[in-house]
Write a protein that binds this ligand. Structure first.
Ligand SMILES: Cc1cc2nc3c(=O)[nH]c(=O)nc-3n(C[C@H](O)[C@H](O)[C@H](O)COP(=O)(O)OP(=O)(O)OC[C@H]3O[C@@H](n4cnc5c(N)ncnc54)[C@H](O)[C@@H]3O)c2cc1C
Length: 453
């Protein structure tokens, strides 16, 4: 294929994978990366696909959503997974890598590819070129490019910090305690669960939040929060009743069992269409994960809560994907410019690379003829897109989680592990057809395992 060309900006997890997928399909790729001229404050090396913090790709087992995602990527011929295997180090149930070996492997493979030209340059505005452009500049996209992107999509559609509230599974909530109601009876009652707290429980909870261990912000994270989405602990520090007048305000909510308004309430909002998960409204937090598990389980009705996602607040440049991106991950306001990776609103090394894979495979095929469909929603790859394409007021980045998959059809399987195994089997079955559509003819399954991890 001679004249199909694409410019990919950023050789991180997403850009490297995207460039590889395009190049493997015969597309000529100009891969523009600011390193070694400039690094983001989190980077320490000059190779591509740098893992800036942990060296883990998280769980390896297929009963884990990110384990399934990795298996799907392997089958789709992912460069990140090939390099990951080459650099893998023992890590129990997790998939961890030697980061230097991993980065070196990705860099060598990309530099050696005959369809890829690497250019070292910092891009300061969305390139105005006559070929498709992929922006994969990540969570620490520089100020100039971010400003141009914000001007293109609208200032309110680009965020510089995330504010992620924890998500718990519906089946782990004690619905004998938690009552369904929306404030003042407005809207659909079924959409909210309310955990009632009496005065003593409220004050004990606030104290536990204040005493809990928090993650420390990085040097480059000047912690100036938006008033509209302050972390729980920052609100608690402002005064003993600040939370009771903020996200825990009880007004307009009557506990049907007592006929009274509780002293305070933690609201749970339905997270997905299937109502298998709920988020704790306004509970974005920097408490460490084990502390979140301990402190949030003090809330009546959440004593046995299982967390699909923990809360967080960090520096993170991302767009409001459901409004800004079309189903091909192109900017609605600027066709021909695509986004990939963390900047779209996915979260995590593996998810970012997976996002680059979906875009690269589809665009690569599309430039040769017809754009293939997105991966089926039953797959982990498809679940990432479901997250990016589900409109919601409080859109925030997310890892791949089971809540983004459609539930299994037929009789409900009670055992969580078995249910997830069935969902993984369904995903891998459905993935086959999509792989054929993006030109992967005979994917080599690795040895799928449901072992713990
Ligand atoms: C401090 C920090 C720690 C994190 N830790 C983890 C973790 O432990 N585990 C995890 O799963 N996820 C982690 N993440 C989240 C996320 O998964 C990673 O940031 C991931 O690398 C995102 O992949 P990406 O491809 O979207 O962006 P990146 O991997 O950041 O890649 C972006 C690339 O674009 C280049 N670039 C940026 N701007 C320009 C420009 N203007 N011109 C040219 N090139 C440019 C950068 O140099 C970089 O190579 C962390 C994020 C941050 C910020």
């Amino acid at each position: 294929m001679a004249d199909a060309r694409v410019m990919v900006v950023g050789a991180g997890l997403a850009g490297s994978e995207c460039a590889w997928q395009l190049a493997q399909r015969g597309v000529e790729v100009e891969l523009v990366e600011q390193k070694p001229l400039r690094r983001t404050p989190a980077q320490q090396h000059d190779f591509f696909a740098e893992l800036v913090c942990s060296n883990s790709f998280r769980g390896a087992a297929l009963s884990n959503a990110v384990g399934l995602l990795k298996e799907e990527m392997r089958r789709a011929g992912s460069l990140v997974m090939q390099a990951g295997e080459a650099a893998r180090v023992p890590a129990g149930g997790a998939f961890a890598v030697d980061r230097v070996r991993f980065g070196a492997e990705v860099t060598e493979r990309l530099r050696a590819h005959r369809n890829i030209t690497v250019v070292a340059r910092e891009v300061e505005s969305i390139p105005d070129v006559d070929v498709p452009v992929v922006l994969a500049t990540g969570p620490l996209t520089g100020d100039a490019l971010a400003a141009d992107l914000a001007a293109t999509i609208g200032q309110s559609h680009l965020a510089y910090y995330d504010a992620i509230a924890p998500v718990v599974t519906a089946e782990s909530i004690d619905w004998g305690v938690v009552f369904r109601a929306s404030r003042y009876g407005k809207g659909d009652d079924a959409a909210y669960g309310n955990c009632p707290l009496d005065e003593a429980q409220y004050h004990a909870f606030v104290k536990a939040v204040l005493d809990a261990e928090k993650t420390t912000p990085r040097d480059f994270e000047d912690v100036r929060y938006f008033e509209g989405c302050l972390p729980l602990e920052v609100m608690a520090e402002r005064g003993p009743l600040t939370l009771a007048y903020g996200p825990m305000k009880p007004v307009g909510l009557v506990d049907p069992r007592t006929g009274e308004q509780p002293f305070a309430v933690v609201q749970l909002r339905q997270e997905n269409l299937a109502a298998t998960a709920y988020n704790l409204v306004g509970f974005q937090t920097r408490m460490k994960w084990p502390e979140q598990r301990r402190v949030l389980r003090m809330i009546p009705g959440l004593e046995h809560a299982e967390f699909e996602r923990f809360g967080s607040v960090h520096r993170n440049t991302f767009v409001r994907a459901p409004e800004v991106l079309d189903r091909d991950l192109a900017l609605r306001s600027r066709p021909g410019v695509y986004l990939a990776g963390q900047i779209t609103g996915v979260e995590g090394y593996v998810e970012s690379a997976a996002c680059g894979l979906i875009l690269g495979a589809r665009l690569g095929e599309g430039l040769r003829g017809k754009m293939p469909p997105p991966p089926p929603p039953t797959t982990a790859l498809g679940a990432l897109l479901t997250h990016l394409q589900t409109p919601r007021e409080d859109f925030q980045p997310s890892n791949v989680v089971w809540a983004h998959f459609p539930p299994l059809e037929g009789r409900k399987i009670r055992k969580k592990r078995l249910r997830r195994e069935k969902m993984a089997e369904r995903a891998l079955r459905d993935l086959g057809g999509w792989l054929a559509q993006v030109g992967v003819s005979a994917p080599q399954p690795s040895e799928p395992s449901f072992a713990s991890g």
